[in-house]
Every structure is written in C-alpha cells, then in structure tokens.
Design a protein around this ligand. Sequence first.
Ligand SMILES: Cc1cc2nc3c(=O)[nH]c(=O)nc-3n(C[C@H](O)[C@H](O)[C@H](O)COP(=O)(O)OP(=O)(O)OC[C@H]3O[C@@H](n4cnc5c(N)ncnc54)[C@H](O)[C@@H]3O)c2cc1C
Length: 415
Amino acid sequence: MSRIVIIGGGIVGLATAKALSETLPDVPLTVLEAEDRVGVHQSGHNSNVIHSGLYYPPGSLKARLARQGGELMIRYCEEHGLPVDRRGKLVVATATSQLVPMAELARRGRANGVTLREIGEEEVRELEPDVAGIAALDIADTAITDFAAVTRSYAAELAARGVDLRLGARVAAVDRPGARDGGPVVVRTERGEELEATVLVNCAGLFSDRVARMCGVDPGVRVQPFRGEYSALAQRAGTTVHRPVYPVPDPELPFLGVHLTPGVDGTVHVGPNAVPAFSRTGYRWRDLDASTISAWWRDPGMRRLARSYWRDGAREVVRSLSKPMLVADVRRLLPQVRSHDLRRAGAGVRAQAVDDAGRLVDDFVVRATPGAVHVLNAPSPAATSSLLIGRYVAGLAREAYDGTPAPDVAAVVSG
Ligand SMILES: Cc1cc2nc3c(=O)[nH]c(=O)nc-3n(C[C@H](O)[C@H](O)[C@H](O)COP(=O)(O)OP(=O)(O)OC[C@H]3O[C@@H](n4cnc5c(N)ncnc54)[C@H](O)[C@@H]3O)c2cc1C
C-alpha cells in the first residue's frame, strides 16, 4: 500500500504524524529522523514558553494558530501528565520611549484575542518585586512547559499507534524529484534504506530548504541559523522572577532583547540572544560549516540581510562575548543582578527563513507541491502551535494523498 513519509522528528513533524495517524489510520506512515532521539534540535533547545499570540500581525498564520494552539498545548500537557504552569507573563517598559510601542502591542494582542491588562509601576512591583519597570502588559494566557517532554510524548503516542518512527535515519536523497505526474518518489537514507512515498512531508527544520531542493523544489527562501544563548540566573533576594518577563520588543526584530524565563524545573534563564550561527547545528562559536559561512557572501539575500541589520547583529555578538555588557542589559530589567549571578546555560539554534530580498520571513511558511508538503519556516511559536500546525500540514498532505480538500486555517483552528 502506498505510504506517507515525514522527514523530521521534531515537534512539528511528530505533530503532523499524530494528526495524519488520526485522520488516515489505515495509511502506512513513516517518520525519518536523522538523530538518535526525537526533538534533538529546536524542539529540545528552546525557552519552553507556551506563547499567548501577543506579537503577531493579526490575520497572519502565526496569529491564527498561536492563541488557540497555546490553549490546546496547555490541555495536552494536563491530559498527558506533562509539566505545565499557566504563570502569565509581563512585557515590561523600562523607559517612556517604550510606552507607545507597548500600547500598540496591547492593541495587537487584543486583536489576536489575548487576555491582557495594562498596568503601572506599582503593580509591576507587586507582581515582580525585583523587576524595574515603569509600566507593563500583564498577559494571563502565557504558560511554561517542557517541549522536549511534549515531543517525546507525541513520539510515544505514535509508537502506540504503530507508526514507523525511524531514528538515525538521515535522508540523503529523494529520487524522481518533483514527481509532477503524481507518482511516488523514492526516499534514500544515509544508511541505505529506500522507501517509496506517495506523499512526502518535509519537516526538517534547520535543513528544510535543503530537503526541498533534494525534492527538486525551489524553496524560495534560505534557512539561516541564528543561535540563542542562555544563562542561568541565581535566585536570591533581589533577583527572583516568578513569571516570564520580556522587554517591549522591536517589531522588526521581536526576538531581540534580554528575556527572563522561569522553567518548570525552577531554573530561571536569561536569554536567548540571537547571534549568527556558522553551522546549522552551531550550538557554540567554534561550530563551523563551510557552506553556511560561504552563504553569507555568496547569497545576495544574506548579504542584504547583513547590510540591513549589522548594527543589531554586532550588538548581539558583543553581548554574547562580553559578560559585563550582558549584565548591564539584564540590569535594565533586574537592577540588582551581579555578574556572578549569571552562568552560561546552553543554547538553541533557530531556523529562520530569509527571502531573496534579505528579509527575515516572519510568518510560518508551508508550501504544497505535487506529492509533497514543505514546512519552510516554523520559528517560534511553532512549538506552542504544534498541534494546530500538525493538523494544518496533515490536511495538505491528505489532499496530496487522496484528493480530500484540505481544511482552511479557520477550520483547523475551530477543530
Ligand atoms: C532558542 C530558541 C527559543 C525558542 N523558544 C520558543 C518558545 O519559548 N516557545 C515556542 O513556541 N517556540 C520556541 N522556539 C521555536 C521552536 O522551538 C521551534 O519553532 C520548533 O521546535 C520547530 O520544530 P521543528 O520540528 O520544525 O524543528 P526541529 O525541532 O529542529 O526538528 C527538525 C528535525 O528534522 C530533523 N532532520 C533535519 N534534516 C533531516 C534529514 N535530512 N533527514 C531526517 N531528519 C532530518 C532534525 O534532526 C530535527 O530533529 C524557540 C526556538 C529556539 C531555537
């Protein structure tokens, strides 16, 4: 019988497999994951925040999938005994120049259906006594979890349903690329497996543009890795944080700025920052990969990106290498922090699509081609929204498989 093959055992690939195994229980389904565990890359190295949907332009895929996706994620964790805590979040203004952007953010959040309050300095101090802020947005809908555990839970569900999940199965080639006649393609792994796939689903995260090219599809974007480094913050009088505390973001670069994020294990993390990574699995400065480095000057989009954002990029790099600068930035939110309160605590690498014009692609990008679906941009909050992204991608894969029209985003969200 013809088979659907999913490339990538991160939270998005496994959520897609979960949705397909529910809608097409009799169709053979294989997930090929390069690493020897699921969720090794982005899904296991992130801030573990179930986002509320505050930041995203109303009407975007992110906005439409985050709010409801976050609620579904909280329910999923509760039902599966996974750690989850709806702590809420503060977006804190530390200067009067941030009040107008903060009000704009509040308007956007309300348009996206987020429950929030605008609060003054006194209330900021009541909620987070150690945090300095002249005003804040108090977001009720944010929660914290452990997305690595969620990813493992999806994998356990798939195993219980008999889905063929193969670890250590890095896809090296896809033959009959593009298969425009609707016929099957043959997927080959590095260790020599060959699988015939009627439909191929590309959820390869940091490698999704390369996998698309393997399939003969021009992805239209390049995936650029950006590392996000974390420090752990000692919790003592003067540095205690109860809920995620974020700065008012720059709308163009919302992931920049020092964030404080308590984890379900009690550790409070500072970060992530965003520095260019010179390898798609570049968890440290010394991880270098020639093709990723050469892309910075070969690829016109990357050159334009570097020209547009070099100042912000340089600041992030300096802060990555200079602890005094990191401490100074943390002190804007948490004035009593001292250098020895912070110690390095790992990193994650974001897969960020960049288009030919050198723009960072903000929204999720999912592209259906004959016989395939490619997830080409699934940055934050894709872990939050994974159950809905999975349903959305599964709908497109089913359409490619048996012609059943894929539900639109509104239908996916309403379940
Ligand atoms: C620093 C950081 C902080 C973040 N914070 C949050 C947050 O707080 N909340 C939130 O919602 N989101 C957050 N995100 C985003 C979130 O982690 C990602 O959106 C999500 O994990 C993407 O999942 P994925 O399955 O697409 O990618 P991945 O988890 O990277 O999975 C892709 C998988 O494909 C596999 N693969 C690649 N190539 C091949 C191949 N050729 N053959 C077989 N397998 C292959 C990889 O090994 C990998 O396991 C954060 C991300 C980062 C990096």
